[in-house]
Design a protein around this ligand. Structure first.
Ligand SMILES: *[C@@H]1O[C@H](CO)[C@@H](O)[C@H](O)[C@H]1NC(C)=O
Ligand SMILES: *[C@@H]1O[C@H](CO)[C@@H](O)[C@H](O)[C@H]1NC(C)=O
Length: 314
C-alpha cells in the first residue's frame, strides 16, 4: 500500500507549512501594529490577517484574534477556553458635544441625543461616562450611526449627524471624534474623556488549546515579540509609521497625528490592574447582558500572562 505513507506525508507537510492566522477588523487604527509586525518583524514562516475578531477563534484554523476587552468578555461567556494574552493598545475614547445644544458639562447631556454603536466598547464608554456624572440610561437617548474615518463623512455618520444637529453629542473610536470636532470647529465643542472610567483595552486573544500546542505556541510567542518590536516604533518613532497607518485604515495624516497620543501602544501589564479594570467593567456588562458577573478567579483564568513571560525569556 503506497497510499498510506503519501497521505501521512501530506498531513505532516500540512501542519508544518501552516501559517499563523490572525483575525481582526482591518478598518480601525488599533489593528495596525498587527499588519506592521507581519510586514517588518515576524520571523515565523508566514502570518496572515483574516477579517474577524475574538469570535473568530471558534474557527480552529484561526490562531489569534484581536478586539477590545468588551468583546473579549462577551465571548468568554460561552468560550471558557479563550485567553487574553496581550494588550496591543489602550485607547482613551472621547465624547464630543455641541456647545450650542447647551452642553458645557457631562451633566448637561441630560435629555440629549447621543450617538454611539450599541453593543460595542463605545457604548460601554458612553454609559460609564454618563453614569459617572449621575445620569441613568433613561436620562438620554442613544442614537446609532456610521463611523467615519476620513472627511467628507456620509449623512448617517456621527460627525455629520452632529453637524446637522440630528444628535447633540457622540462617543466612539477615532478618528471619528476628531472629525466631529473639526465639523463644528474646536471652539464650538466640549470634549470629555476619562481613562479611569473607560479606556479601550484592545487585546490579543488565543485559546487554551492553541497555547497548549507546542508548535503553535512557539509561533505565537514569536508573533508577540514581533508586536513588541512594533510598539517600540509606534511609541518612539511615530514619524516612521504615520503614513503607513493612515494608508492602511484610510485616514488623513494630520487627523491621525491629532489622535495619536490617545493611543498607548502595548504591551501593558497583564497583572492585577488589568483584572481590576475587567472586574469593574463586568459590573456594567453583566447587568447589560443579563448574566452573572465573572468572579475575579474567572478573570484571572481569562488573562494569561505566560506568553509575555515566554516572549521576555527571548
Ligand atoms: C476620572 O474619574 C475618576 C473616577 O471617577 C475621578 O476620580 C477623576 O477625578 C476623574 N478625572 C477627571 C479629570 O475628571
Ligand atoms: C518588549 O520589549 C521591551 C524592550 O523594548 C522589553 O523590555 C520587554 O521585556 C519586551 N516584552 C515582551 C513581552 O517581549
Amino acid at each position: 500500500m503506497r497510499l498510506f505513507p503519501l497521505f501521512s506525508l501530506a498531513a505532516l507537510f500540512g501542519t508544518q507549512a501552516k501559517c499563523l492566522r490572525v483575525a481582526c477588523s482591518q478598518s480601525w487604527i488599533e489593528h495596525t501594529p498587527i499588519a506592521y509586525a507581519i510586514k517588518n518583524f515576524y520571523k515565523g514562516d508566514t502570518a496572515t490577517i483574516v477579517n474577524g475578531g475574538v469570535a473568530s477563534l471558534s474557527d480552529k484554523t484561526v490562531d489569534l484574534g484581536a478586539n477590545a476587552e468588551t468583546q473579549g468578555l462577551k465571548n468568554y461567556v460561552r468560550n471558557k477556553n479563550y485567553r487574553l494574552i496581550g494588550i496591543i493598545v489602550e485607547v482613551t475614547y472621547r465624547l464630543v458635544a455641541n456647545k450650542a445644544a447647551g452642553i458645557q458639562t457631562l451633566a448637561d447631556l441630560k435629555g440629549k441625543r447621543i450617538g454611539t454603536m450599541p453593543g460595542s466598547s463605545a457604548e460601554v464608554f458612553v454609559r460609564q461616562l454618563l453614569s459617572s456624572a449621575g445620569l441613568s440610561q433613561q436620562d438620554y437617548t442613544v442614537v446609532s450611526g456610521d463611523v467615519c474615518m476620513r472627511a467628507p463623512c456620509g449623512a448617517n455618520s456621527f460627525p455629520q449627524q452632529l453637524k446637522n444637529r440630528k444628535i447633540d453629542a457622540f462617543g466612539i473610536w477615532e478618528t471619528a471624534v476628531e472629525l466631529g470636532i473639526e465639523a463644528l470647529g474646536e471652539a464650538n465643542v466640549a470634549v470629555f474623556k476619562n481613562a479611569s472610567i473607560y479606556r479601550e483595552v484592545y487585546s490579543l486573544y488565543s485559546t487554551a488549546e492553541k497555547l497548549n500546542d507546542a508548535g503553535t505556541r512557539k509561533k505565537i510567542v514569536q508573533f508577540v515579540r514581533a508586536l513588541n518590536q512594533t510598539y517600540d516604533v509606534f511609541k518612539n518613532q511615530p514619524d516612521k509609521v504615520y503614513s503607513t497607518v493612515a494608508q492602511t485604515v484610510g485616514v488623513d495624516v494630520p487627523v491621525l497625528k491629532k489622535v495619536w497620543d490617545d493611543h498607548k501602544w502595548g504591551p501593558g501589564s497583564l497583572g492585577q490592574d488589568l483584572i481590576d479594570y475587567l472586574a469593574y467593567e463586568e459590573q456594567y456588562l453583566s447587568k447589560a447582558d443579563r448574566r452573572q458577573a465573572f468572579t475575579r478567579a474567572d478573570l484571572a483564568k481569562f488573562v494569561d500572562p505566560t506568553v509575555y513571560q515566554d516572549a521576555m525569556k527571548g
